[in-house]
Ligand binder design. Structure first.
Ligand code: UDP
Ligand code: MG
Length: 314
């Protein structure tokens, strides 16, 4: 097989049921596409026969590349494994293995990549999921956007076509708690959204438990915002200010109206003041912890897009 230009990367966890349809649709796509495509299928420690199916396919069809994890690592890590194993020289097309992200969109995404974009990410116009999940997602993305220090696009998951140079940076980001859609935005270059209607699962149930979903949301908030720590300091400062205003009103009341309940006033003042001081102190410690936290991520400090240097003048 020629070196692939594009790698389709799909993590699978107990997707035996939808597997035949996935392969059928990807094969149809590859047969109709002029691009050299490989398909990286990651078995994330499935308990059904997903691994067996991937194995058989990878042994018989050279376009398929199987990656088998030692146990269930979760979607984000399975994807990370697939991304680092993929060899596509131009771009990686990251999709879910349950056919919620139609592989047939590749040609349209590829066109946008060729127009000079480095990341073409899918934006969900409509979701075919339950009301609670839909509302949860909707709120989460909006909260994250308002508090995050990188601009994370609304309503977009990991479904995207990512250029090789962005993938190379992703592979150099060793952070352990991963929120790939955020990391992808953080890398920069030119990124563009592509609206689509998210299909329902081809078969089976969601493999993301509520716990995993919360973990993902947590990773998004804690890895891409300083808000939780800053919020603590802000509440602290507000409490200190409130206590001071309260103190002054009491003093004024005492001077001019001389009707103040003894004891209670000073107690309340001290409680509010010191609660504020404590929160502020925690916020200050938090600032140091944040710095350690960000340093420990070991992300590249900068990513150069281009360099122009004229050798004649040096
Ligand atoms: N997945 C995985 N490991 C897990 C959970 C899910 O590899 O621990 C895969 C799953 O097989 C699917 C994709 O990640 O291909 C998205 O998961 P799912 O469809 O369950 O999530 P949802 O679409 O419900 O958010
Ligand atoms: Mg799904």
């Amino acid at each position: 097989m020629k070196t692939p230009q594009i790698s389709i990367v799909a993590p699978l966890y107990n997707e035996s049921e939808s597997f035949p349809l996935l392969v059928k649709r990807i094969n149809a796509l590859m047969d109709s596409s002029p691009l050299a495509i490989e398909v990286v299928l990651i078995d994330d420690g499935s308990r059904d026969d997903t691994a067996l199916k991937i194995r058989q396919l990878a042994l018989t069809d050279e376009r398929y590349h199987g990656v088998f994890l030692s146990r269930n690592h979760g979607h984000q890590l399975a994807l990370t494994a697939g991304i680092s194993a993929a060899r596509g020289t131009e771009a990686l097309f990251v999709i879910d293995g349950d056919l919620q992200d139609p592989p047939e969109l590749l040609p349209e995404f590829y066109k946008l990549l060729k127009d000079g974009n480095d990341v073409v990410y899918a934006v969900r116009k409509k979701r075919k999921e339950g009301f609670v999940k839909k509302t949860g997602y909707h709120l989460f993305y909006r909260i994250l956007r308002s508090i995050s220090y990188v601009e994370i696009p609304l309503d977009s998951g990991d479904f995207a076509l990512i250029s090789r140079r962005v993938v190379n940076v992703l592979n150099k980001m060793p952070e352990e708690s991963r929120y790939l859609r955020g990391m992808r935005s953080w890398i920069g270059f030119k990124q563009i959204g592509f609206e689509y209607e998210r299909d329902a699962r081809a078969a089976g149930e969601s493999k993301y438990s509520f716990k995993q979903l919360f973990q993902l949301a947590y990773n998004g908030i804690f890895n891409f915002s300083e808000f939780p720590v800053k919020f603590m300091s802000r509440v602290g400062i507000t409490a200190i200010l409130i206590s001071l205003v309260y103190f002054m009103t009491v003093v004024i009341k005492k001077m001019f109206f001389s009707h103040v309940i003894e004891g209670f006033t000073s107690l309340l003042f001290v409680i509010i003041l010191f609660s504020g001081v404590q929160l502020l102190a925690l916020g200050i410690i938090g600032e140091y912890v944040l710095r350690i936290f960000f340093q420990s991520k070991n992300r590249p400090l900068f990513i150069i897009k281009e360099e122009i240097v004229n050798r004649e003048y040096i």
